[in-house]
Design a protein around this ligand. Sequence first.
Ligand SMILES: [Fe+2]
Ligand SMILES: [Fe+2]
Length: 285
Amino acid sequence: MPINTSIKHWVNKVPSRQWQKADQTLLQMGTTLPTAIAESRPLAEVHRLDLSLFVVFEEAALRISGALTRSAPNADALNFSAQQTLDEARHREIFWQRLGDSCQASGQAQATISEAILTPPLRRFLERCYEVVDSGEFIEGLVLMNLVFEGMAYPLYAYERRYWQPVDPYLAALVNSAFIDESRHVAYGAYIVNQLLQGDSARQAKVRKLCQEASLAMGEIFTYYIHKFVKLFDSVAHLHKDLFATAEFAPGRLIAATPYQEQIAVIQASIAKQHTELLARAGLI
Ligand SMILES: [Fe+2]
Ligand SMILES: [Fe+2]
């Protein structure tokens, strides 16, 4: 079924309804940093590192989706890229503000933290995305951005929300708000890629190859970050047993009762499953 990408429809649906609802929830919660984070150095460090990674991801998504508007081949693709650009700008802003709250509470310099979390393989992946979108290859750029970068990242948002829920419910609500948008980006991205590749088997084969290579590279990057963060969460959960007593990393699965290697295996399996389904919808496997 065709999707409605008109700006009129989207403004009504997302900023007017969805974001307003999310903003009301956040306003009621208040931005005060929970005392557990303010008082625990290890917890504050995981908080800052994770927020730094969110900022890195969202800023890259903003730059790439903004660049995609320049080469969008039709009105649907242009409107969709414009919508996504605004979403990413909002995501970057909300995570940056929360990072500011976190840094202020612990007297850290905000600007240097995002640099430290960006590994050379992730930097290389993002530079490749910038090169592709700057050269005007819309389909390839959309595949790298929405189907590989976001396509593998968005399942993680659901885990992030659950990890933070007992410690910083405000951050959990921010993650949930972004997750709703990201789910739309990957689904619309798959639809548009599928539409644009119809009847062009040579281009489809080329895009498939790019997608396979990029997914492999991104898979390795995520393996590193998932190990790093699950291990960090697991150690702070052990340090703060009361706080994490009922915390789940997956529905019905307690962090406290699951070895971190098992948490990693569950998360990676769910990324692989959702990513495969997404690529199938895009016609790329
Ligand atoms: Fe985003
Ligand atoms: Fe996105």
